[in-house]
Design a protein around this ligand. Structure first.
Ligand code: FAD
Length: 328
């Protein structure tokens, strides 16, 4: 019955996406608890060279499904190949990154193999008693965290947002099995034709990769309040980010938003400056290693997750901190 934990390895232009490596790390933990194996499933054209890296990052087995029709992600062939492999090999758990590709693929695969899907999970644990997967995600507009199980159907399927799980440290001594499968695909399986691919020109800001984040909220008072946060970020070698309130107000671009509908971050140091600490914001930053909150309201919920709290006016505290840092 137990056929292990599967992780869908998302590749774009042959590059394995970070979220897939994060899920391999989590898959490894879950599989160790269940005393089973982790299988990485990679689909594409000429992707076999990635298999060894996936073993070093936690997989016991890598299934490679190569076909020229899988070169670029398209819903129909990917859904067909993945569903058929799941039906053949019966994994117990299937994990997929909640990227634009994962969000398109996962619900279709789950419907094809007639199981449930818990989307956008922020935590995955094994229930010691039943050995089933406890999948936690925000629900009711992010006002509660719901833990969901999939009792009657297999596999238990979940998508997980980028940045939530932690990659395993690469271990080049790990051994694993590489299995090549030949997908049964033809042009008849594809009802769309790609005429042109236009790559986004805008440089993507990766706040989720920053070691230090200086995050600003409505408490800054106005867009100009970010100027001192940028100075502090430069001083500390970090980036600025913000709450949804400041993004909605047009003070900051959406790429910089932290939280449930923004990005999930876990920097070494997270400054929350004039941010109240709403559950939807906290969901995106509570895994940060060290949280420093600056808020003039001592009752602000952000202080509940902070390691250091400063009660004061952010527009005075930050310039004072910059001055202090300059003397070091
Ligand atoms: P406020 O809640 O207005 O807080 C401002 C804080 O600044 C207050 O605590 C105040 O005491 C303090 N302050 C005021 N003046 C000063 C000063 N001079 N010095 C110091 N402190 C001061 N929010 C997100 O951030 N990310 C999300 O992804 C997100 N997704 C959401 C999804 C849904 C479905 C919903 C319903 C909401 C979502 N929100 C999200 C919104 C969230 O509920 C909050 O409204 C938002 O986080 C509030 O932003 P804020 O803390 O900047 O502003």
């Amino acid at each position: 019955m137990d056929k292990g934990v599967w992780v869908f390895i998302e590749q774009r232009d042959g590059e394995v996406q970070k979220v897939s490596l994060e899920l391999l790390g989590k898959g490894r933990q879950l599989a160790d608890q269940l005393e089973t194996k982790v299988t990485a499933l990679i689909m594409g054209d000429n992707v076999a060279s990635k298999a060894q890296e996936l073993i070093y990052c936690g997989a016991d087995e890598v299934i490679i499904a190569e076909d020229p029709l899988l070169k670029i992600y398209m819903t129909e062939p990917y859904t067909k190949v993945m569903s058929e492999l799941i039906e053949e090999k019966n994994p117990d758990i299937v994990l997929i990154g909640a990227s634009s590709i994962g969000r398109d693929l996962a619900p279709r695969v789950s419907a094809r193999v007639y199981t449930g899907l818990t989307a956008d999970c922020t935590s995955l644990e094994i229930d010691e008693e039943t050995k089933s997967l406890l999948m936690t995600r925000p629900a009711f507009g992010g006002n509660i965290m719901a833990t969901i199980i999939c009792p009657d159907h297999r596999p238990q399927m979940s998508t997980v947002r980028p940045g939530v799980m932690v990659e395993m440290e690469m271990d080049t001594t790990r051994k694993g099995e590489i299995v090549k499968v030949k997908p049964k695909l033809s042009n008849d399986d594809i009802n769309i034709e790609i005429l042109e691919i236009v790559k986004e020109k805008k440089q993507k800001v990766k706040i989720e990769e920053a070691g230090v984040l200086i995050s600003g909220g409505r408490g800054l008072g106005k867009a100009e309040g970010f100027e001192s946060l940028k100075l502090l970020a430069t001083e500390l070698g970090g980036l600025v980010s913000g709450s949804r309130a400041v993004v909605d107000a047009g003070w900051l671009d959406r790429d910089y938003q932290v939280g449930q509908t923004g990005k999930t971050v876990r920097p070494e140091v997270y400054f929350a400056c004039g941010i109240s600490g709403a559950i939807q914001h906290v969901a995106g930053m509570e895994e940060s290693e060290f949280i420093i909150a600056i808020n003039k309201n001592p009752e602000a919920p952000i202080f509940e997750v902070a390691d250091v709290g400063v009660v004061g006016d952010v527009n005075k505290v930050i310039p004072a901190l910059i001055e202090e840092l300059k003397t070091l």
